[in-house]
Design a protein around this ligand. Sequence first.
Ligand SMILES: [Zn+2]
Length: 910
Amino acid sequence: MKKLTRIAKHAACALGWMAYLGLGFACPGVSAQSGAQAVPTPASVLGHTPGDDFYLASYDEAIGYFHKLAESSNRIKMFTVGKTTRGVAMELAVISSPENLAQLDKYKDISRQLTQARGLDDAAARSLAQQGKVVVHIDGGMHSDEVAGGQHSIALAYRLVSAQNDPEVDAILNNVILVLWPTLNPDGQNEVVAWYRKNLGTKFEASELPDLYQEYVGHDNNRDGYMNNMLESQQITRAELEWNPEVFYCQHQTAPFPTRIFIPPFVEPISSNIDPILARWLNLFGVNMAAYLDEHQMPGAVNRVGFDNWYPGFQDFTGIFRNSISFFTETALYAYATPHFYTVEDFPKDYQPLTAQVFYSSPWQGGWWRLKDAVDYMVGASMSVLDLSAKNRTELLYNKYQAGRDNIERFQKNPPYAYVIPREQRDLPTAAKLVQTMMTNGIEINEAAKPFAANGKTYPSGSWVILMDQPYAGLVKELFEVQIYPELRQSPNGPPIKPYDVSGWTLPMQMGVDVDGVLQPVPAEQRANLRTLTQFTMPDGTVQGAGPVYLVSHQANSSFRALNGILAAGVQASFATKAAEGGVEPGTIVVTGPTRERIGEIAGNNSLAVHSAAKAPADLVATKKPRVGLYRPWTPSIDEGWTRWILEQYGFAPVTLRNGDIQAAHLLERFDAIILPDSRQSNILNGFGPGTLPGEYVGGIGRAGVEALREFVQGGGTLIAFNNASIFAIDQLGLPVTNVLAGLKDDEFYCVGSLLRVEIPDASRPGAWGMPRDPVVMLERGPAFAPKANFRGAVIADYPEDVNPLASGYLLHPEKLEGKAAEMEVGYGEGRVYLFGFRPQWRGQSQGTYKLIFNAIYDSPNVAKPTTFPKPPTPPAVPAAAKPEGGEKTKADQKPAKPEDPDDDPRLER
Ligand SMILES: [Zn+2]
């Protein structure tokens, strides 16, 4: 209760707010500071005030303004942190008092010492907390069509830098070091603003951007928090580890209508790996923010609806496992900078009486909603965070130390005491990537200089060991342990309360890496044999044996990068089709021609152990570099972006196929394999509806596209369909396959983002080469398959009979999956269709199933002909594209195209 009494009363700052809100209060000297030149207003530089109707500042323009601010004032310094995916410099501003800015290194060091919580006792930590300043991260958001965030950063910077005789701002500048990112996605802000300007004043003014506003992952840029696959995520995480913010606050839009801003506390459930004090602080920041907004005549804030924080990969939440109080808010949005008028009749029925609720005590009454309103709410919300931080400086600093200290103590007394990542792995380079991922997250990693004994085993030297008595150990446990999503139901026997995102993500399972938890304390003599890594390096490659034939295992993902490089250079390569002596397995890559030096280089670049032999195995099939087409709809497809990114990483060089490219037919002349990323069937067929966007972006592949794909497969091409695109392939090509999950209600079957164990019935099939017997797959709102009569093909992966396949997360009614197929290869004419019912490349995390994609691409009849199906007497019957079989498709077709979410969830915009 002590803390709660600190919820602020802000009467003293009303004058500053009147000035900011433009209420006619003219403060003498508001634009000039002693010792510095005049502080420019945003309007004087940009020609507009952020929040003006129909105006948005681009990132480049915003940065221009920030530089002008920095030239005019000693309250702000600019720093460049790195490049975006599209090559733009990512910058942040640090705002504080001139005295604090003059001693930034000292304050960063205090924050670092408190965060690490080592070499300090409580008294020393108290003393440091008294000397230190609270570091607060605030940003302009990362979802670039949530446009107010990037405008708010300009307004917030101006308010803090220009304020005079404002006790609230003075207290903030004296006690807080604000790390202000104009936006976390510069590329997207530039792109969205250009799109809006192009359409402004036309009937497409509010139209959706027909592109991913982060080059590869669009909206999923807030799902990359712990993987840091994208450059932007890496910059954000690196800066967080450098500045060690006590508070991390990210701006989003949009609030659940008609509320004006969603604010924490979040809804259940919560991870047990979060420090309890920080979880309390998070709630306090939220409740304080709502009170602050009400106090400043900004009604309509709501807490505790819709958004949970179960998934730790939200970029604006991962930091809480590094003991930074991390959260986001969602401010209302109409469309871009276009204003909109709402009446109470527009509200959902429940909200029309305007009744006060516990966490919605100032219901919004309707009226105009302008960009300026959203900007004001965001500036208010940010000010409340800064104000509360300033008032609780010492406690926040000390509590961060306390969280690190308690984590260290917790894992000195409780298991797991450590995790071991052995060097003996099916896919060592991927295991090394797991280690690298943890290091990027600020986790301390050791390498065993001598054999390491634990769990009654001896791990060879070189094994990686994560000792858990470290300040961010909660993040390791969160990512390595099995998730048990709680049984939350809407009513005792009713459907489950859905997680906002996925329910399970256990990273070693997803990556197919063996990791052992250590259940006994690690004795001092074992610790003495560990060396802490200061820098990560991938394992060396090796070439062993003698002879002109080189054998590369099919088990490592990076073997495909090597293979693609070898084939692109014109060197001959084959796959072994049968096991043979010398460790040859079905799928072993056999290379002849290059010099040993060249092979050594390739092995080194891909961390591969290559074996050389005197002669090649007898059973071989020659291959060539597959030509891969990747369908890219105008409705921005996050799955397409992730797929493109992964294929590029592994050297597949996919070619983008737009609707017209598919409709142009003759696909077999250009491609061996074509991938349809996860999408609703209606989306692939129809795309954006007529009149919703300029004509060139409207429509899907339509009937002509279906016919072109049919011709491609019948002629010998390989079509690969991910997740719900499988339904499209089944219906439109008339494949003899049923989706056994079709039509099931949430209380009949439920699995949204869980890890399930499947089995590979026949590892000698090319589609399954290199896979372990029982890999783990990510099932996220996808189908499961059963063959119909006349089925010609093979099951690549299935859910075992009489076994609950749940490995991590949540699964209701597992019996619906038992004995059903998770991935199938279906013969069709001369070609084949690979149907994936799961997410084989989910967010760049499910690396344990990448090979299933790579295999499907290489198993194109034009590339390698290792297996054929017995041919049926006639090709399967094909319904017309306009009249597909299956009720599901008809239903889906009646719905408008909706790009992101293959489910029907009215998902909010986090
Ligand atoms: Zn968002």
